[in-house]
Design a protein around this ligand. Structure first.
Ligand code: ASP
Length: 303
């Protein structure tokens, strides 16, 4: 059984590509890397990689990570500029037992020395959007709007599993701000014995519940992937409520070693792409805990 799931409608092309690579016998880590890189390369997806969202000072800095569910090794970069495909840096770093998570200048130097393509991730459109937002002082005070992470989980024929993430983080974030996406246990977790999970949404909330680890931990204790996502999300939601806080935007995906996937969201609708042994399709998870396949018209209308 080969299976792949990715966050948002934007991951559809990447998931289709990753599934194709798995069919052709690619390594699970490579298939996830290529699926994520596919999304990073497309400037139409404005929250990931090339054409990503600028921070308050107009720089695009990326967070990305990759985890091997067999060895539990992980690699990642955070607050990194000018790496064309941050996930490719994570792919190299996941091979390491130490120094596998690099930030800022160290991450950039690593990528340069590894011979990875270096490129300014700012597109004219991204800079125009940044200038426009700066002109509206409200947007600067409320940097949350406009973001999304591409998260991809995969299972290959040999039962290997991997999880990858990549994002430019929150629009107009404070320089140096890092979200959940490169943080193991928060943005992603993968243990091939029990499954993989990943998160997208407001990183500062996701981190407070270590939500990806929580999902995998629930699956280890016997929960199905859908239930595990719903329980992890609702658990944090209830905990925040006791603090007098309302969860804003958190969505979770999960995949089991049997190729069964699940998702949960605090949004009204959260689109994701998934497929097994064949074509990828778009699904919609709702805040009511239900998930269904999107019709072609609905799928096209999703982010
Ligand atoms: N989780 C990402 C972050 O906080 C953003 C997102 O997935 O929407 O950086």
């Amino acid at each position: 059984m080969r299976a792949m799931i990715g966050t948002w409608r934007m991951s559809l092309g990447g998931v289709a590509r990753g599934l194709g690579l798995l069919e052709a016998g690619a390594d699970c880590l490579d298939a996830v890397t290529e699926a994520v890189a596919f999304v990073e390369d497309d400037p139409a997806f404005t929250s990931v990689g090339f054409g990503g969202l600028p921070d308050r000072e107009g720089c695009v800095t990326a967070d990305a990570a990759l985890m091997d569910g067999g060895t539990l090794r992980l690699g990642g970069v955070m607050s990194a500029q000018n790496i064309r495909n941050p996930i490719r840096a994570a792919r190299r770093l996941v091979e390491r037992a130490e120094n596998c998570l690099l930030a800022g200048e160290g991450a950039q130097r690593f990528a340069r020395e590894a011979g990875l393509e270096m490129q300014d991730l700012r597109t004219p459109q991204a800079l125009a959007r940044w200038r426009e937002a700066l002109a509206q002082r409200d947007a600067v005070r409320q940097p949350y709007r406009g973001h999304d992470t591409v998260c991809v989980l995969a299972l290959d024929e040999a039962g290997r599993m991997a999880a990858g993430t990549s994002t430019s983080g929150l629009f107009l974030k404070e320089p140096g701000r890092v979200g959940d996406s490169p943080l193991v246990g928060s943005g992603f977790y993968c243990d091939a014995r029990y499954g993989a999970a990943a998160a997208t949404g407001l990183g500062e909330e996701i981190m407070r519940g270590c939500l990806s680890y929580e999902v995998v931990s629930l699956m280890r204790r016997g929960a199905g992937p859908h239930d595990a996502c719903v329980r992890a999300l609702r658990g944090l939601q209830a905990r925040l409520k006791r603090q007098g806080e309302t969860m804003r935007d958190v969505s979770l995906i999960a995949l089991t070693p049997a190729g069964i996937f699940g998702a949960a969201t605090s949004l009204r609708v959260f689109p994701f792409a998934a497929g097994k042994d064949g074509a990828a399709e778009v699904y919609l998870a709702g805040s009511d805990g239900q998930t269904r396949r999107a019709s072609p018209g609905e799928a096209d209308a999703q982010p």
